[in-house]
Design a protein around this ligand. Sequence first.
Ligand SMILES: NC(=O)c1ccc[n+]([C@@H]2O[C@H](COP(=O)([O-])OP(=O)(O)OC[C@H]3O[C@@H](n4cnc5c(N)ncnc54)[C@H](O)[C@@H]3O)[C@@H](O)[C@H]2O)c1
Length: 382
Amino acid sequence: MAKKDLRIGLVGVGFMGRTHTNGYKRVSDFFPDLQTRPVLKAVCSRTAATVNAFAEQWGYETVETDWKALIARNDIDAVDICTPNNMHAEIAIAAAEAGKMILCEKPLSRTLEEGRQMVAAIEKAGVNNTVWYNYRRLPAVTLAKQIVDSGKLGRIFHYRANFLQDWTINANVPQGGQGTWRLDVDAAGSGVTGDLLAHCIDTAIWLNGSITDVSAVTETFIKERVHQATGAMQKVGIDDACIFHCHFDNGSLGLFESTRYARGHKALYTFEINGEHASMRWDLHDLNKLEYFDHRDESIVRGWRTIHVTDGDQPYMDKWWVPGLSIGYEHSFVHQVADFLKSLETGEPCSPTFKEALETQRVCEAVLDSAAARSWKNINAY
Ligand SMILES: NC(=O)c1ccc[n+]([C@@H]2O[C@H](COP(=O)([O-])OP(=O)(O)OC[C@H]3O[C@@H](n4cnc5c(N)ncnc54)[C@H](O)[C@@H]3O)[C@@H](O)[C@H]2O)c1
């Protein structure tokens, strides 16, 4: 049977533009049962030379230099937002109003208010949508979800996550513009809270349920940086580091830390969950492995075991190679494309939807408010 085309219009050709395009290009080969196939119809970036080169390299049929022109086209079914955070709301709301499906990068928005407007627009339009919290779709992380849901851990006491980097320690790193928009509060909305902790919060809520209240501390170690747009030294408005603790609805305690000042760490995302019977931990640097400890094991062989998540009966792995052979970071995006296409067939939402991703925005906003006020914040107030 002929497959249905899903005509993609991609906005933004940086890091995520590449990972998503790779996902669109690989998915039909490795998920042959899907009834829909993505078609690289159009790509948009502001500079003609850049967008032409990207289209040529990756195989897009056409280009645009204005995202509004891309959205106005009637040969685009789904708009994929891979721009800095300050463009998410405007593009998503316009795309929803034009009746397009939307795949939006994380964090959903810079602020909770922006996120709420995006959710309202999506719900009014009734269009399919998803937010690229891609770490959920690494097989070891999906397996962690299956293990939690099976009840093997028993009552959960602790959830702990870190996301550590070191790329902004040098005070000469500028803020704003290509490559360093993450340091500009107007473009990014926040620092590590929205950029890195948002991933940790999304995974945590998915694995361990809602967060009820938070107490946070943030720090901006380098107070002024040159802004690329003005060439002037300007105040830095983002959080360079953030640590918060929290309660989950299930009674467990959470502890989260993120920084761009942990010398030696490039992208160390780790989490650990401690339950009554068993614990689990995962590390992005060794992403195919899930570590598991079960207190019910016979005492003489009891200890942490490493599950190499590559068997065909483990999540997504029947689509790839043979047991024992690893896959990588990029596969999480292929999996998200596959799940999005599947959701079009089943009618089930592709998690996290905008509405689900708004939960992470609520926590992020409460974390930043808590740090500013030096007090606990209840998520229900958000
Ligand atoms: N899921 C993840 O793990 C992950 C990882 C990295 C980034 N992200 C998110 O993806 C988004 C993009 O991040 P990135 O690392 O790809 O950034 P990037 O700087 O590498 O790329 C951004 C792209 O957007 C383009 N752009 C900016 N303004 C535009 C406009 N008005 N119209 C058209 N194009 C425009 C830029 O030219 C650039 O091509 C951010 O929201 C970021 O938080 C998510």
